[in-house]
Structures are given as structure tokens and as C-alpha cells.
Design a protein around this ligand. Structure first.
Ligand code: 8IG
Length: 278
């Protein structure tokens, strides 16, 4: 077997599809599952939900997987779990963390988990994140469905002249399914800023003017890569804080972790029920 460190995604000579297949092969070997059916990426505040999905069959450290790196964010787990979806014979691949664009490892690293999930057989991906909310009705701990996004990173995960349609990027059928599970779920447009600083109040107002409802630092590049791979995409944001200037309170990462803890039960049941009905 090739050592994980020999797969350098920042090397232009490295084919991302080849590294994704290598990672998927290690996952198959370590989890005993030749293929997985659905992947979930757990963002800030979503960590505690993994346990509610079903029985964890195997846990693999990111550092053992070609092209992956250890978790960079406090409160994130640098592990991938293979989980038996309760009441089915299907398996979920649950990423306890993601690589963010702001880490500076390049876009290939950001979407490597998505490409690996596709190589592992997943036809659906659930992208979760913690974010700031522009609607003051969304108190910390409110999950919101992503209806569409605005990618302000100026980047794309697609290399070369491949023109991918992003109409209905966030699969309408999956949003309907989520609202069958939780009829109170609102929808919004997610705006990805580069980070890792939070926005200024003026930038939050700009996000509002251009049609945004949620501000965050992830998800859009992964969603694009997932669509290129032909996967159905569900995006769910957990509003962990009011965006800068929306409330008088300053922003802190502790607040984010606490909101996640408080919302773990609602969010966990939401994901478990959605995944069970796919
Ligand atoms: I959690 O208010 C979380 N992530 N950009 N703005 C941005 N990212 C975030 C925020 C926020 N909260």
C-alpha cells in the first residue's frame, strides 16, 4: 500500500481522481464495506449528531487516508466513520471534519472528501455546517436548509473546461424530504466567504443585498464537486450565531460549539430520519 503522505494534492501532477480512488480503497479495506451509500460531512456544531445515525462499524483516522489531513478546527474530529443506517442494510460514511478553503491547502484538498465519497459509491451527500444567520428569527441552534448558494471564494473545484450546470444544485427532492421530517425547517441562500475571520457588519449587509441569508466559510466548493460527481446534494446549516452586526453580541467560536451542543438532539434526529428515508 502507498503511504498517505505520498499523495500530495498540492502537486499538479497528482490526479485528484486517482487519490480519491486510493482513499476509497483504504476505506473499503478498513470498514469491510465494499461500498457506501451516503456521505455526511459534519461541520461546526454537528459533531454530536453522528451517534444518532446508527451503529458505528469502523472508525478510520484521517491521517491513515491518502490525501486527507488532520482536523484543523477545535471541536472537530479528524476521523471518518462507517455507520450502519438504522433499520436498513445501507452504510453511511460520516466525516467528522472537513478541510476548509481558508486553511490554504488548496481547493483539491477541500473537495477530496467529496471525491472520495463518490469513489466509495455514495450517490448522495449531506453537507452540514455552522454559520451566521441574517434573519434575526433564527436564534442560535436553528437548522436551516440551503436552497442555493453564492460562492465568494473566487474558486472552483473543477479543473479544465468542464461546464457543470448548478441549477438545482441542492436537490429539491432532498429538501422536500427534509421538510417532511421537520416541517418547521426554513430555507436560505448560503454565502461562502473566505474566512477565517468573520465578516464585518458591512460585509454582512452586502451578503443580504446580494440575496444571502446565511454566511459561512465552507460547503459551496464541496457542493459543486459533488454535483460534478453526479451526486444528489443536501445542505443543512446550523445557525450558531447571528451574523456580525445583526445582533449586538460579538462572535466567538465558543458560542458556536455551545450552540451545537444545545441543538445536537434536534439536528441528530433530523439527519438520522432523513438518512433513514433516502
Ligand atoms: I459557526 O458568522 C460560523 N461560521 N463567515 N460567519 C462566517 N462563518 C461562520 C459564522 C459567521 N459562524
Amino acid at each position: 500500500m502507498i503511504a498517505p503522505s505520498e499523495h500530495d494534492l498540492s502537486d499538479p501532477a497528482t490526479d485528484p481522481a486517482v487519490v480519491a480512488r486510493a482513499a476509497a480503497a483504504v476505506l473499503a479495506e478498513r470498514t469491510g464495506a465494499e461500498r457506501h451509500d451516503v456521505a455526511l460531512v459534519l461541520g461546526s456544531g454537528w459533531g454530536p449528531t453522528a451517534d444518532l445515525l446508527g451503529r458505528t462499524v469502523a472508525t478510520v483516522d484521517n491521517t491513515e487516508l491518502p490525501g486527507f489531513t488532520a482536523a484543523a478546527v477545535a471541536g472537530h474530529q479528524g476521523q471518518v466513520r462507517s455507520v450502519e443506517i438504522e433499520g436498513t442494510d445501507r452504510r453511511a460514511l460520516v466525516y467528522g471534519t472537513r478541510t476548509h478553503f481558508y486553511e490554504g491547502r488548496g481547493v483539491r484538498s477541500v473537495v477530496h472528501g467529496v471525491r472520495t465519497a463518490a469513489a466509495a459509491g455514495c450517490s448522495t451527500i449531506v453537507l452540514t455546517n455552522g454559520c451566521g444567520g441574517l434573519n434575526p428569527d433564527w436564534t442560535p441552534g436553528t437548522p436551516v436548509l440551503i436552497r442555493d448558494h453564492i460562492n465568494l471564494t473566487g474558486q472552483s473545484p473543477i479543473e479544465g473546461a468542464t461546464f457543470v450546470d448548478l441549477t438545482d444544485l441542492y436537490t429539491p427532492r432532498l429538501r422536500e424530504l427534509a421538510r417532511e421530517v421537520d416541517p418547521d425547517l426554513d430555507e436560505g441562500v448560503y454565502v461562502q466567504f473566505r474566512g477565517p475571520h468573520y465578516e464585518t457588519p458591512a460585509e454582512v449587509q452586502m451578503a443580504k443585498v446580494i440575496g444571502g441569508d446565511l454566511v459561512g466559510m465552507s460547503t459551496t466548493l464541496e457542493a459543486i464537486a459533488a454535483r460534478q460527481e453526479g451526486m444528489a446534494v443536501l445542505g443543512v446549516s446550523l445557525v450558531t450565531n447571528a451574523a456580525a452586526g445583526i445582533s449586538a453580541a460579538p462572535l466567538s467560536h465558543e458560542e458556536v460549539i455551545e450552540a451545537g451542543r444545545a441543538a445536537a438532539d434536534r439536528c441528530g434526529r433530523l439527519l438520522a430520519e432523513i438518512v433513514g428515508r433516502l
